[in-house]
Write a protein that binds this ligand. Sequence first.
Ligand SMILES: Cc1cc2nc3c(=O)[nH]c(=O)nc-3n(C[C@H](O)[C@H](O)[C@H](O)COP(=O)(O)OP(=O)(O)OC[C@H]3O[C@@H](n4cnc5c(N)ncnc54)[C@H](O)[C@@H]3O)c2cc1C
Length: 476
Amino acid sequence: MELSYDLVVIGAGTAGIPCAAEAALGGATVLLVEKDHQIGGTMHVSGGHMAAAGTRRQAERGIADSPEAHLADIHRISGGTARDDLVRINVEHAAETVDWLDDRGFRFAAETPRIVYGHEPYETARTYYGTDEAMSILEVFRGLLDEAVATGRLELWKNSPVIGLTTDDDNRVTRVTVIHGGQDVEVRARQVVLATGGFAAEPELFLELEGAPLVSAAHPTSTGDGILLAQELGAAVAGMGSFLPSFGGLPHPTSPGRATWSDRQILTATERPPVEIYVDRSGRRWVAEDEPSIDLKERALTRIEDMTFWTVFDDAMLESTRSTRPLVVGWTPEDLRAQANLRLGVHSADTLEELAQTAGIDPAGLASTVTRYNEAVAAGVDSDFGRTHLPMPLLQGPFYAIRNHAISLVTFAGLDIDSDFRVRRTDGTSIPNLYAIGEVIGAAATCGQSFCSGMLITPAITFGRLLGRRLAAAKE
Ligand SMILES: Cc1cc2nc3c(=O)[nH]c(=O)nc-3n(C[C@H](O)[C@H](O)[C@H](O)COP(=O)(O)OP(=O)(O)OC[C@H]3O[C@@H](n4cnc5c(N)ncnc54)[C@H](O)[C@@H]3O)c2cc1C
């Protein structure tokens, strides 16, 4: 007997779960297909920051905000490079998303909503996250899925990668091919939603579509499957050329080419005024370390050799961070000393020359940079980069260097969709019955050529819910 559903949702992650669940709760029969052994996708590693204006939680705290103000902030931060239609849909429904999570028992971190400074800050406190980052969202989603499964209309297949989409003579998507139980299974579907995530764990596709080498801190399932599946049907890719890396992230201890986001340096000047200097491979400084705009620092990073740099400091500098936020999230000065020359990318030596040699920095370049920096500290003026926070010279060993690379958590390019979330071909027409939501549409759609706080997770959930409900209603 042929398996047939009103809706097949591919990917049980941030966007796919709410889409599938809302559709089933709305009366549609749904197959939710997940290639991994577990549901959740990127929620297992994500910070889970969401952004919404006009929520109940803001009102309770006396924070005046509106979707228009959120839209204006995104416009300012992205320089108007995001998709206005999609951003508008998101900001108009984001409060509903956050209130809905609230109704379902979402465990908000007590300090939220707040202004977050890891990206260019919004002007209003409208970023929310859970006590357990994105896992707090997944906790709510598990309950939601249980409810949807209990209707008898939603089936969930895990360990089941989708490997093909089939169209009929009118080019409508009518079937998906899934490897399930070790076999290729054909499933008939009236509608198909791609919610497969981004591709920041797939170096070749990353180089092709983002135009940069990949050092990944993404979830390993982010391999771009949805993009490849839809491209077979002539889908267009939008947002190319928007690549922007994240700043910080220690080299992964065991996987070359990966970085860890949980172990990252705090490099946003508003979060921790820098004591250290940043040098490139030749030992030269390349930016004012206290530059308040993280966006500007991220862009400067893309222009240095290999997009690689080291933070360099001495023990007195390290000790001084005891009274500020730490150099590395969660690491005391003792932790950092203990990790030196043990953890990949964390170096220490008694002399600057030795430090440079072990870290892979040009020793002569580093020596002259440190001399010049110390002169700037003594004069109180950094005539090279205009850094104004010059708390202490870099003088006395032991010295430290921590290697950083531009890292990618998300991908900016993705499937081009219309404002009904239908996947479009290169000629602008939509592929009948095929939709895409979540990071598979590319971060550029909702963030433009920038990072806007919460503007991946929130649209993923919001578009998922909207589309799930809409497709269930359309079935009537
Ligand atoms: C470390 C980190 C921190 C982040 N912090 C934030 C943040 O604070 N705020 C924010 O807005 N964004 C953040 N992001 C980005 C955000 O988390 C993601 O963009 C978002 O979660 C992606 O949701 P998604 O549903 O598109 O993909 P996912 O949640 O990754 O789900 C996709 C699912 O599809 C499955 N899948 C893929 N291919 C197939 C296939 N062929 N067949 C079947 N299943 C398939 C995958 O296994 C996965 O389960 C962060 C990302 C990272 C890595």
